[in-house]
Design a protein around this ligand. Structure first.
Ligand code: FE
Length: 250
C-alpha cells in the first residue's frame, strides 16, 4: 500500500501488493475526498476480502460512495457483485458493457446501481470534488475510461502505462522502463490512432503522476511528458498483424 497524495482532507492510496500466484499483478486505487471515497477497478474474488479490510481502515465503508469499473476485464470487475452487495456505493461502467457483466453473477437488484457511462465520459462528485471520467476507448477496451483527479493531479490510466515484471513500484528512469511496457502496449492496445487522440487530450491536463492498473507509477511532470510522447509515437495492435493471420499447420 502506498499513499500517492495526502493534503487537506484529500488522499490517494494505491494498493499494489494484493495480487498473488498466477494472477497478473494489479493495482487498486482509492481516492478519498472529505470523508467520501471512490474505489477504482477493485478486481476479482481472490483479493476482495483483503481489499475490503484495507479500505475499511482508511474510510468507513459507509463512506465508500462510488466504484469505477474502467472496463469489462476480470481483473477489474469479477468481484462487482460482492462490492455492490456489502456497500451502498454507486458503480460506473461503460454503457457498452452493462449487459455483458451480469454474466459475472451480478444480482438484478444491484445491477441497477451501476450507472452506464456515455462514450463522452462524465464528472462524478466525490466529497464535493469533481473527478473526471475521461474517454479512453480502445486503450485497450472498446468501452474504456480513465480517471483524472484535479486535486492530486493524478491521472489513472487503467491498462495504458501498464508494466509487467519491473522490480520497482515507481519508475526511476523512463528509457530503462520501456522494456517492461513495450510488449504489452504493442499487443494489447489495438490502435495507434487511439494513442494519438489520447495524447492530444491529456496534454490539456496538468498531470503530476500517471498511475496505471498494473505495475509502476510514473511520477513528475518531465517523466509524464516522456510517457505521453512515447505513446504518441508507438506502433501497436492492428498495425503489427502482418504475418500473424496465417492458418496454423498441424
Ligand atoms: Fe484490461
Amino acid at each position: 500500500m502506498q499513499t500517492l497524495f495526502d493534503a487537506n482532507g484529500h488522499k490517494n492510496v494505491m494498493f499494489d501488493d494484493l495480487s498473488s500466484g498466477q494472477m497478473v499483478q494489479a493495482n487498486q486505487h482509492l481516492i478519498i475526498a472529505n470523508g467520501e471515497a471512490l474505489l477504482l477497478d477493485p478486481g476479482g474474488h481472490k483479493i476482495y476480502t483483503q481489499l475490503f479490510a484495507k479500505t475499511a481502515t482508511l474510510v468507513p465503508i459507509s463512506g465508500l460512495k462510488h466504484i469505477l469499473f474502467s472496463h469489462q476485464d476480470p481483473d477489474i470487475i469479477a468481484a462487482a457483485n460482492g462490492w455492490l452487495m456489502v456497500t451502498d456505493a454507486k458503480a460506473y461502467l461503460s454503457a457498452l458493457w452493462l449487459r455483458f457483466i451480469p454474466h459475472f453473477g451480478i444480482d438484478d437488484l444491484v445491477v441497477k446501481r451501476i450507472t452506464p457511462i456515455p462514450d463522452g465520459g462524465m464528472v462524478v462528485t466525490v466529497g464535493g470534488t469533481p473527478i473526471t471520467l475521461l474517454p479512453a476507448h480502445f486503450l485497450h477496451s472498446p468501452g474504456n475510461f480513465q480517471v483524472y483527479d484535479p486535486v492530486s493531479k493524478i491521472l489513472y490510466t487503467g491498462d495504458l502505462g501498464a508494466s509487467l515484471g519491473q522490480p520497482y513500484a515507481e519508475v526511476p528512469d523512463f528509457d530503462g522502463h520501456i522494456r517492461y511496457m513495450e510488449g504489452f502496449h504493442r499487443r494489447y492496445m489495438p490502435s495507434p490512432k487511439a494513442f494519438k487522440l489520447w495524447a492530444a487530450m491529456v496534454r490539456t491536463l496538468e498531470v503530476d503522476i500517471i498511475a496505471p492498473q498494473h505495475g509502476a507509477i510514473i511520477k513528475g511532470k518531465p517523466m509524464v511528458a516522456r510517457f505521453i510522447d512515447w505513446i504518441d509515437n508507438l506502433v501497436c495492435g492492428v498495425d503489427t498483424l502482418e504475418g500473424v493471420y496465417m492458418v496454423p499447420k498441424a
